[in-house]
Write a protein that binds this ligand. Structure first.
Ligand SMILES: *Cc1c(COP(=O)(O)O)cnc(C)c1O
Length: 429
């Protein structure tokens, strides 16, 4: 048997084993068991946590855990510098300060991302300019960046959506040629890679999130990584009320308190002990799931860009073609799949069209910074037709569903095949 027919046979066996009628029509679901839970913890996390508690040294000024985490995460990323901060949004804000993004500047962002990417730009009183999504990879379309550059553009934020990169070669090249800083939002991309380099370390700086849902989790938490020592020191001072590190001289500038606690840092250190094994499990399962789904008409998994040597698989994303499911609307497909024991969602809605943007622009501060003419031009350019389509037909699975065994992947494929076999009837109901 060839690899391809073996895959088809596995999925076929799984679908025959399932009771044929969809669960939504009263049949037995393909799966009744739960997928792996999140977060995962064990004795090492408890010991680490209690050690900090009993030391009474709970903040980075008195303890050693934040320093230790920064050293270990920088080493893991293969760069000399890491700064731990309170969360991923703080990491973006801190990096934007470090890169000297100022009020009135423009920053290029993708529309297919979590709102925090854009919120951080707005918090700097800068204008987020959206560049359309690539319909195959779900990532920022690097070929459309240059057309969005104006005399006010100072930076571009490629987001590694779901844990996989856009075309970073192209983005770094355009950045260099047009004088733009490249800030990678790697909040979803722990251990993801571009040509063997860790995501977040290819541009001028990268940011991570350790919020509860992320692949490395301390409830809340974040980090900035970079190879630029001077940039790191600007970020350091910013995150602790503009007070530079001991022995570092820096001109006093703006600052906030965005520090990570010792508790979070020690939890990150203990959680990191299982990060590689979890990343391997996700990668193996996701690649197998892609083989299975590639056999099913109307389901197109997000493609990894050519230079992507590893995805972090924070999400598993595919595009759903209702026409190949007898016109079954996506919302009903999602309901039918969930009824089979496969939790799923429709993902993001178009961020570039959300009302918060206009509300921010109407504020007194933005009105002073951005002329009516500039905002009019922004509105004119703010069209992302491919992204609108992707938002309309995307389906997501979460990273924890990739932490189990191959059978889980076969059951996901079997559930989709079952829904497809009964699509016409499901569409009527
Ligand atoms: C989660 C996330 C953030 C924000 O991180 P927080 O730790 O929740 O502040 C930013 N960007 C992306 C793409 C994210 O997924």
């Amino acid at each position: 048997m060839t690899r391809r027919t073996a895959v088809a046979a596995a999925a076929g066996a799984a679908v025959t084993a399932a009771v044929s009628k969809p669960a939504l029509m009263g049949g037995a679901p393909v799966r009744t068991g739960a997928f792996p839970g999140w977060p995962v913890w064990a004795a090492n996390d408890e010991a680490a946590w209690m050690k900090v508690l009993r030391s009474g040294k709970w903040y980075r000024g008195s303890g050693k855990a934040v320093d230790a985490f920064e050293a270990k995460f920088a080493a893991l990323m293969g760069v000399p510098h890491c700064l731990a901060v309170a969360n991923g949004t703080s990491a973006l804000l801190t990096a934007l300060h470090g890169l000297d993004v100022q009020a009135g500047d423009e920053v290029i962002v993708p529309p297919y991302t979590f709102i925090a990417t854009v919120n951080a730009v707005l918090a700097r009183q800068a204008l987020p300019v959206f560049v359309d999504t690539d319909g195959l990879t779900f990532q920022m379309d690097a070929t459309k960046i240059e057309a969005a550059v104006t005399e006010r553009t100072v930076a571009v934020i490629p987001v590694h959506m779901a844990g996989a990169p856009p075309d970073l070669d192209k983005i770094v090249e355009v950045g260099r040629r047009r004088g733009l800083k490249v800030l990678e939002d790697a909040a979803q991309a722990h251990l993801g890679e571009w040509r063997g380099r860790k995501l977040g370390t290819v541009g001028d700086a990268g940011t991570y999130s350790f919020q509860a849902s992320k692949n490395l989790n301390s409830g809340e938490g974040g980090a900035v990584v970079t190879s630029d020592g001077a940039l790191l020191e600007r970020c350091y001072a910013y995150h602790t009320n503009s007070s530079p590190r001991k022995g570092v001289s820096a001109a006093p500038a703006q600052g906030l308190n965005l520090r990570l606690t010792e508790f979070q840092a020690t939890l990150l250190l203990s959680q990191m002990e299982r990060l590689e094994a979890q990343a391997k499990a996700r990668d193996g399962n996701a690649l197998y799931l892609t083989q299975l789904l590639s056999e099913i008409g109307g389901v197109t998994p997000a493609k990894l860009a050519d230079g992507c040597t590893r995805s972090a698989w924070h999400l598993y994303m595919f595009r759903y073609d209702a026409a190949q499911f007898a016109g079954l609307p996506r919302a009903r497909f999602l309901r039918a799949l969930a009824a089979e024991g496969v939790p799923c969602s429709s993902g993001y809605t178009p961020l570039n069209k959300q009302p918060f943007l206009e509300n921010v622009f109407q504020g007194r501060g933005f009105q002073r910074l951005f002329s009516a003419e500039r905002l009019r031009r922004w509105r004119e350019r703010n069209e992302c037709p491919v992204n609108d389509k992707v938002c309309g037909d995307a389906v997501w699975f979460t990273q924890t569903m990739l932490l189990g065994g191959r059978t889980d992947m076969e059951q996901i494929a079997a559930a989709i095949l079952k829904v497809r076999a009964y699509a016409a009837e499901l569409a009527k109901g």
